[in-house]
Design a protein. Structure first.
Ligand code: G6P
Length: 496
């Protein structure tokens, strides 16, 4: 990747996310280099940024990096520096050990620490300050995800001329869980600084609206929330509706299900080199009759343990023959200094070791396990090689891996097993849908996938492909940005 230093300039379109699309890494020669950042957020936003001449404000993935704005592969990046303490308290702490588990059904117990909250507020303020400094008058700013929920309000205070959108990539929890958060009202107020707040599913938007009603007492009608311009509430709990005639602004809160650049996956899958690589992968695995595949960040929300449990039991019961079927599990490293992730890795690797110890033979493994992340080309080759894709998340905002698999299967083959707790299951209704907590149900679903007749595989995959290609990432970003533009137009017309 080649970088150049751009001249200082102001932008009409700005995206702010915790992570930039590239992470700073040390090259083999000891110099500084860049690698692609992990996760679905970056994957989805990259094509959006390529089609807008905007700036991307975010963190370069390493503590204490003092970097000037720079351009890389046609993207204008504006780095935000985080100190080592902030990485610990804002990123690993409040973002990933408080909000992440709380927003994912408390699968792991969230930790609440006041110092973490202070760091979260301070870093959100820094993001707001930097965005304000690079935004042209009247610019559109699109803030991303749970790490930056306070930025919309902070930014509106600094720059009332801006149009502000926010998109939440992860679930928004039901009030019964969200209300555990000691700083819940501040988070709601932070988000309400935006003009449009987007979610993955209707349920997330509904949970948010309920939190707004319960904590702020504001009226919500469908996707519209009336927010008084002068908030006279004491800031804790107000149950009284806005006084009639009091000046208010409307915030739109609704779903915009995120997607992928499906054409890129289809084109990659048709590439002769990648198809040859897919054949090579099958051969390297011993040309098994059936390859099952799991691809996840190593995260407790992904249901990897449940998947392994079901798979192990099928082997133990002899329903799956380990010389005919193999499970390939790619678990990409994630948040490796957060305790729940360290514990999860130990647990998964112990389970994989046990299953392999029991059922592998010389030259043939029951599970081929990889604690790595791979470039897109290799992922597409894996998708092509895999007969069955297992997405068994216990809770997931969307799960773009499910969509990547479908987009890659230009041959209309392959079976997707998909958790009903992933946002993707709202759209991909002809996947084999599973409740991953139900291990017997999961086992039956795996067997159904293994035994599915070719015609059924084909008709289901065709349906899934239509859904993914009709709703790609361009539709997602255009859909969001059009609502934002419409909102601005309404605002301008009203203030005239
Ligand atoms: C999810 C989140 C993103 C995050 C990504 C990778 O997709 O929604 O905000 O960037 O995971 O996690 P990380 O903590 O490595 O940025």
């Amino acid at each position: 990747m080649s970088t150049t230093a751009p001249s200082a300039r102001l932008f009409d379109f700005i995206v702010a996310s915790n992570r930039l699309p590239v992470d700073s890494v040390v090259n083999a020669d000891g110099g500084q280099g860049w690698s692609r950042s992990p996760g679905g957020l970056v994957a989805a936003l990259e094509p959006v940024m390529h089609s807008h001449d905007g700036a991307w404000v975010g963190w370069a993935g390493e503590a204490d990096l003092e970097l000037d704005p720079f351009d890389i592969d046609g993207l204008h990046l504006v780095p935000v520096r985080l100190s080592a303490a902030e990485v610990r308290e804002y990123y690993e702490g409040f973002s990933n050990d408080t909000l992440w588990p709380l927003y994912h059904d408390v699968i792991a117990a969230p930790s609440f620490h006041r110092e973490w909250w202070d760091a979260y507020r301070a870093v959100n303020q820094r993001f707001a300050d930097i965005v304000a400094a690079v935004s042209a008058k009247g610019a559109v700013v699109w803030v991303q995800d749970y790490q930056l929920q306070l930025v919309p309000k902070m930014l509106r205070e600094l720059r009332p001329d801006l149009t502000i959108g926010f998109f939440d990539h992860i679930p928004f929890p039901p009030y019964g869980l969200f209300s555990q958060l000691p700083w819940r009202t501040h988070v709601i107020e932070g988000l309400l600084g935006a003009d449009v707040v987007g979610f993955q599913r209707d349920a997330d938007a509904g949970n948010f609206a309920q939190a707004v009603r319960r904590l702020k007492g504001y009226a919500t009608t469908g996707s519209r929330i009336e927010v008084p311009i002068v908030d006279e509430s004491p800031g804790v709990r107000v149950f009284s509706p806005i006084k009639r005639g009091a000046p208010s602004r409307t915030v739109i809160a609704k779903k915009f299900p995120i997607s992928i650049d499906a054409d890129i996956y289809r084109a990659a899958a048709k590439d002769p080199g990648i198809r040859a690589r897919a054949r090579q992968i099958r051969a390297d695995l011993g040309n098994p009759a059936m390859i099952m595949l799991g691809v996840d960040r190593l995260d407790y929300t992904k249901g990897i343990r449940h998947r392994l449990q079901a798979y192990g039991e099928l082997l133990a019961e002899g329903r799956i023959n380990p010389t005919e079927v193999i499970l390939v599990q790619v678990a990409s490293p994630s948040r490796e200094r957060v305790k729940s992730y360290i514990d999860l890795r130990d647990e998964i690797e112990l389970t994989v070791g046990r299953i392999n110890g029991e059922y592998s033979e010389l030259g043939h493994q029951a599970i081929s396990y990889h604690h790595h992340s791979y470039p897109r080309e290799e992922m597409v080759a894996l998708y092509l090689a895999a007969d069955i894709m297992l997405v068994t998340a216990l809770r997931d905002g969307m799960n773009l891996v499910a969509k990547e698999y479908v987009a890659s299967r230009f041959d209309d083959d392959g079976v997707l097993v998909l958790s009903e707790f992933a946002g993707a299951s709202d759209e991909l209704t002809r996947a084999i849908r599973v409740n991953p907590h139900d291990i017997d149900g999961l086992k039956d679903a795996f067997m159904r996938a293994v035994e599915m007749p070719h015609d059924e595989r084909r008709s289901r995959m065709r349906y899934l492909r239509k859904r993914v290609f009709d709703n790609d990432v361009e539709k997602w970003s255009n859909g969001f940005l059009e609502v934002l533009a419409h909102h601005r137009h309404e605002k301008d017309t009203r203030s005239r």
